[in-house]
Design a protein around this ligand. Structure first.
Ligand SMILES: NC(=O)c1ccc[n+]([C@@H]2O[C@H](COP(=O)([O-])OP(=O)(O)OC[C@H]3O[C@@H](n4cnc5c(N)ncnc54)[C@H](OP(=O)(O)O)[C@@H]3O)[C@@H](O)[C@H]2O)c1
Length: 245
C-alpha cells in the first residue's frame, strides 16, 4: 500500500519506522509545516491512504483538502472533536473514507475491550466499586488523558451504577453514582492506565502501560489497511471489534 505521511514529528517518525519494516507498504509522500509545500498534494493524490499526526489547529482544513484529492485518511491527531459533525459532513460530501481514534495503540484498544467485558461482569456479581488511575510524563498538557475519558465512557456504559465522571480532588465522601478517575504527572511515563474493581472480598486491577510510541504507530498502520478502499466515516474501535468476530 502507498502511504502519505502528514506530520513528521514524533508520531510521523514512529509510523515511518513501522512502515519501513514492512514489505507490503511504502511511504510515497511526507508533509510537514516547514517543508516546501505544507501539503504535498501531488504525493497525497498518488497514495492509497494518508496518515495524519499533526496539530488540532490545522487538522480539519487538512482533512478537507485530502478528501478533495480523493485519498482515504487515518486521523491520529487529537483535540479536534468539537468539529466531528463538520468532518462527517465533509466525508459525505467528497464520498471519501476516514478513520479516526484518540488512541491507536493495539494494546490499549484490546485493553478497552477487556475493561468493557470486565465491567459488565463486575457490575452484575458481588458488590464491587470501580475507580481509575492514570500516570503520564510531565510534558503532558491535558488532564485527565483522552484515554482515561474513553475508559470512563466504557465503564459508565457497562457499569450502570456509575453515571458521573469525577476527576477532581475529593474533600468529601464520593457518591455511589460517581466514577473517580485520578491523574498523576511524573517523569517520562508514556502512559499508564489502571482500572480497579474493589469489594469487601477482594480487589482486581487491570492495567495498560505504554513502553513507547510504537503501539500507536503500529495501530495507525493497521487502521490504514482497514480504511483502504472503504467509504464513509469509521472509528478505530471497529478494527478491534471486527477482529474478534
Ligand atoms: N491517536 C493516537 O493514538 C495518538 C498517539 C500519539 C499522539 N497523537 C496525537 O498526534 C498529534 C501529533 O503528535 P506528535 O507527538 O507527533 O507531535 P509533534 O512531534 O509536535 O509533530 C507534529 C507534526 O505536525 C506538523 N505540523 C504542525 N503544523 C503543521 C502545519 N500547519 N502544516 C503541516 N504540518 C504541520 C509539524 O511540522 P514541523 O515538524 O515542521 O513543525 C510536525 O511534523 C497530536 O495531536 C497528538 O495528540 C495521537
Amino acid at each position: 500500500m502507498k502511504i502519505a505521511l502528514i506530520g513528521y514529528g514524533k508520531m510521523g517518525h514512529a509510523v515511518e519506522e513501522v512502515i519501513g519494516e514492512s514489505t507490503a507498504h511504502e511511504v510515497v509522500s511526507i508533509s510537514y509545516k516547514n517543508s516546501k509545500e505544507k501539503l504535498d498534494k501531488e504525493g497525497i493524490k498518488k497514495a492509497d491512504v494518508a496518515i495524519d499526526f499533526t496539530s488540532p489547529e490545522i487538522v480539519v482544513g487538512t482533512i478537507q483538502e485530502v478528501l478533495r484529492l480523493g485519498t482515504n485518511m487515518v486521523v491520529g491527531t487529537t483535540g479536534w472533536y468539537d468539529d466531528l459533525s463538520k468532518v462527517k459532513t465533509l466525508v459525505k460530501k467528497y464520498k471519501g473514507g476516514l478513520i479516526y481514534g484518540q488512541n491507536f495503540s493495539i494494546g490499549a484498544n484490546i485493553f478497552f475491550q477487556v475493561v468493557g467485558f470486565a465491567s459488565k461482569l463486575f457490575s452484575k456479581f458481588g458488590n464491587y466499586d470501580v475507580a481509575g488511575l492514570e500516570i503520564h510524563h510531565t510534558g503532558k498538557k491535558d488532564s485527565p488523558s483522552g484515554t482515561a475519558k474513553k475508559l470512563a465512557s466504557i465503564i459508565m456504559e457497562n457499569f450502570p451504577k456509575k453515571k458521573v465522571l469525577e476527576t477532581g480532588r475529593l474533600d468529601r465522601h464520593i457518591k455511589d453514582d460517581e466514577f473517580h478517575f485520578a491523574s498523576l504527572r511524573a517523569g517520562r511515563n508514556f502512559g499508564f492506565h489502571e482500572i480497579i474493581f474493589d469489594s469487601s472480598a477482594d480487589e482486581i486491577k487491570l492495567a495498560h502501560s505504554a513502553h513507547s510510541r510504537r503501539g500507536f504507530a503500529e495501530g495507525a498502520v493497521l487502521a490504514a489497511e482497514y480504511i483502504k478502499g472503504k467509504k464513509g466515516w469509521h472509528s478505530v474501535d471497529e478494527v478491534f471489534v471486527e477482529g474478534v468476530k
